[in-house]
Design a protein around this ligand. Structure first.
Ligand code: C2E
Ligand code: CA
Ligand code: CA
Length: 688
């Protein structure tokens, strides 16, 4: 046998080429798996070429590393045939690992076929030397080389299948796998070479006619490196594009999520709710099922938000949302419409189920909340609309559930209420009114009417009370009883109230300048205003703006307003009082003031509620109450004002009972500023 030898550098090169080929192939597999349609096919073709060419050039460099004492060459046709075999085996392998799944049997078969492919390439390449006599193979090494090829293919397929998806972890795994695969391919080659025996006297038929091996060596190495480099660069660029696409995709999903969910609570928003509602309507109409819509509006949330700030308000909303979520079943939808409004869509429910659920919600939400050491209390009003009885469209159901919720609110809050058809008209009007109220300020539709206040015995006018009127373009003149509850519920009372304070101060400045320098101005404050953080600043800046001495401004709060959240009210009233303004307790006698609390209030005035004056007559109960209030006021050093004085009898009696100041239709109706002066007789005017 001829003694063969190996060129060490070429052997190392062949190993490097094998590893690079494996790495490129794995990368390409990742590309195929990560793309679709034409792109995937192009990657598959490109990958097969790179891999096939890689395996083949490894083999060829391995052949070039090999030398015999005779000169060698390679037949072009057979060499090309071996290249084609390599490319086809690679294509087959790549196609296999890019399938959705790779069951065991297919993996075995694939490994075997690809192993045979590589072996076929190798031995065809050997045949390209056209040796005479033929190469003698040592059988067991020959079989072993094919076994190694099959085993290496099997392992490569398995690894490639596992690693076909991109991930950061995969980069290292891929490098490791490429080392294993490269070594296996090289192992197969050199085992095959070891199996080959060349009888003494052999000569190579391709030595002269075939390709010159030196040039071939350089060419193969350069071309294979170039192929890998190009393949890798392209595939890395593609990874970048893919990453970009993935992050765009992610951003898109996030955007869609944002568009359909409420930012704060992460609950579905109105848009998504509408969609679910449509689905529920379609499904329930088909299957003749009922479902219910629970419209929830928190009671007292605005006051908490105003008193503790938005941060606490937000956290409170999140806690409420969690409690609602804990109460729902998996198939129900809870959405937040914004503000303190939530909606629950209760799939497949009978009225009794809806009632039980609503009752549970009312109870659960009323449990105290602990936020930053504060214990906060809330309640909820719930309106229930049933499909299909209370509405056949999403819009109808929402409007009716909302109307039922308003009804629950009006009948005492902290409760639920089923929709009834009579609520609808009312709700519609309310909604219209609410919309118009929002625009009323900018349309300058508000004005103040002023009702005079007179000193008791002599009827000298000492000031006025400012009473708000809404001259609406759509609805005509509207009294405060009608629109104020709405303004309070929607928070609009804050900007409206601020306007009242400023306008009253402006008017007072005008009267003071006109010679009525000792008139006072009484302005009413609602509960919501009193709880709002900015009140003191608003009052202070209005006084400054119109250069009004604070002692001429009287702020009226009703007894029940002052009594609600007594400590917080006390604080605000004290700060107002520190500005120098007077505090008057309005509608006195209707609430449940404790004497102790009354004593702590920085109030200067008690206004006896109209209810006592109305039925006032000598020696009746009301007279006793009024004289008790007067006595109380005197003890606490407060002025006493009687409001709602409609007759001269009432005036006389109140005067006799010791009331300082009187107010009522008998003495003067509320009227616009310009009419007030004209309507007053000279005897009651006391200009300075
Ligand atoms: P109030 O503070 O008790 O105001 C007195 C109400 O009694 C006024 O009703 C007035 O027109 C009416 N009134 C005065 N004298 C008589 C009388 O002799 N007989 C009868 N029957 N009624 C009399 P108005 O203007 O409709 O105001 C109702 C309530 O609306 C007020 O009750 C007050 O609580 C509230 N309000 C009015 N303006 C404002 C405002 O600018 N801000 C706030 N927060 N509340 C206001
Ligand atoms: Ca008042
Ligand atoms: Ca009053």
């Amino acid at each position: 046998m001829l003694v063969s030898s190996y060129n060490g550098i070429f052997v190392v090169f062949s190993l490097i080429v094998a590893i690079l080929a494996a790495y490129t192939a794995l990368n390409m597999v990742g590309r195929v798996a990560g793309s679709k349609g034409r792109a995937a096919i192009l990657w598959l073709i490109g990958g097969s070429f790179a891999m096939g060419f890689g395996v083949w050039s490894m083999h060829f460099i391995g052949m070039l590393a090999f030398s015999l004492p005779i000169s060698l060459g390679y037949d072009v046709t057979l060499t090309l045939l071996s290249l084609i075999i390599a490319i086809f085996s690679s294509a087959f392998a790549m196609w296999l690992v890019c399938q959705e799944n790779l069951p065991g049997a297919r993996l075995w078969l694939g490994g075997l076929l690809m192993g045979f492919g590589i072996a076929a390439m190798h031995y065809t390449g050997m045949e390209a030397m056209l040796m005479t006599p033929g190469i003698v193979y040592i059988p067991w090494l020959f079989v072993l080389s094919i076994a190694i090829a099959a085993a290496a293919s099997w392992a490569s397929l398995w690894i490639a299948f596992r690693l076909r998806r991109d991930s950061e972890f995969n980069t290292y795994a891929r490098i490791g796998a490429s080392l294993v695969m490269g070594c296996a391919i090289v192992g197969m080659h050199y085992t095959g070479m070891a199996a080959a025996q060349f009888p003494v006297g052999s000569f190579c038929g391709a030595a002269n006619s075939g390709i010159d091996s030196k040039w071939l060596a350089v060419l193969v190495i350069v071309v294979s490196l170039a192929v890998f480099a190009i393949a890798l660069i392209v595939s890395m660029l593609d990874v970048r594009t893919n990453l970009l696409a993935t992050s765009l995709d992610r951003a898109n999903t996030e955007l869609v999520k944002l568009a359909l969910h409420d930012n704060l609570t992460k609950l579905p928003n109105r848009l998504l709710l509408n969609d679910r509602l449509e689905q529920a309507i379609n499904k329930s109409a088909r299957k003749k099922h009922q479902f219910s819509l629970l419209f929830m509006d928190l009671d007292g949330f605005k006051a908490v938000n105003d008193a503790y700030g938005h941060f606490t308000g937000d956290r409170l909303l999140m806690k409420v949302a969690q409690r609602i979520l804990d109460t729902k079943r998996a198939e129900d939808t809870v959405a937040r419409l914004g503000g303190d409004e939530f909606v629950m869509l209760v799939d497949q429910s009978e009225p009794e189920d809806a009632a039980a659920l609503a009752q549970r919600l009312v109870e659960v939400i009323a449990q105290p909340y602990s936020i930053d050491g504060n214990s906060l209390n809330l309640s909820v009003s719930i309106g229930i609309a049933l499909f299909p009885d209370d509405g056949k469209t999403a819009h109808e159901l929402m409007v009716n559930a909302d109307a039922a919720m308003y009804h629950a609110k009006e009948t005492g809050r902290d409760a639920y209420c089923f929709f009834e058809s009579t609520m609808n008209v009312n709700a519609h009007e309310q909604m219209q009114l609410q919309q118009d109220l929002r625009l009323a300020l900018e349309r300058q539709e508000f004005c103040l009417h002023y009702q005079p206040k007179m000193l008791a015995p002599n009827g000298v006018m000492v000031g006025v009370e400012a009473l708000l009127r809404w001259q609406s373009a759509e609805h005509g003149l509207i009294q405060p009883d009608v629109f104020l509850p709405l303004a309070e519920r929607t928070g609009l009372i804050i900007p409206i109230g601020n306007w009242v304070i400023n306008e009253a101060c402006r008017q007072l400045r005008f009267w003071h300048d006109a010679g009525y320098g000792n008139w006072s101005m009484a302005v009413n404050l609602s509960t919501v205003q009193l709880a709002h953080a900015s009140l003191v600043d608003v009052v202070r800046s209005a006084l400054e703006r119109y250069a009004v001495d604070a002692k001429y401004l009287i702020l009226e709060v009703t007894e029940s307003t002052a009594m609600r959240d007594a400590e917080a009210s006390l604080d605000v009233l004290n700060r107002l009082s520190a500005l120098g303004v007077s505090i008057s307790i309005d509608d006195f006698g209707t609430g449940y003031s404790s004497l102790l609390y009354l004593k702590r209030l920085p109030a200067n005035e008690l206004k006896i509620d109209r209810g006592f004056i109305m039925a006032l007559a000598q020696d009746n109960d009301d007279a006793a109450i009024v004289s008790a209030i007067i006595a109380l006021g005197q003890t606490l050093d407060m002025k006493i004002v009687a409001e709602g004085v409609e007759t001269s009898d009432q005036k006389d009696l109140l005067t006799r009972l010791g009331c300082n100041t009187l107010q009522g239709f008998h003495l003067g109706r509320p009227q616009p500023a310009d009419m007030l002066l004209g309507s007053l007789g000279h005897q009651v005017l006391a200009p300075c």
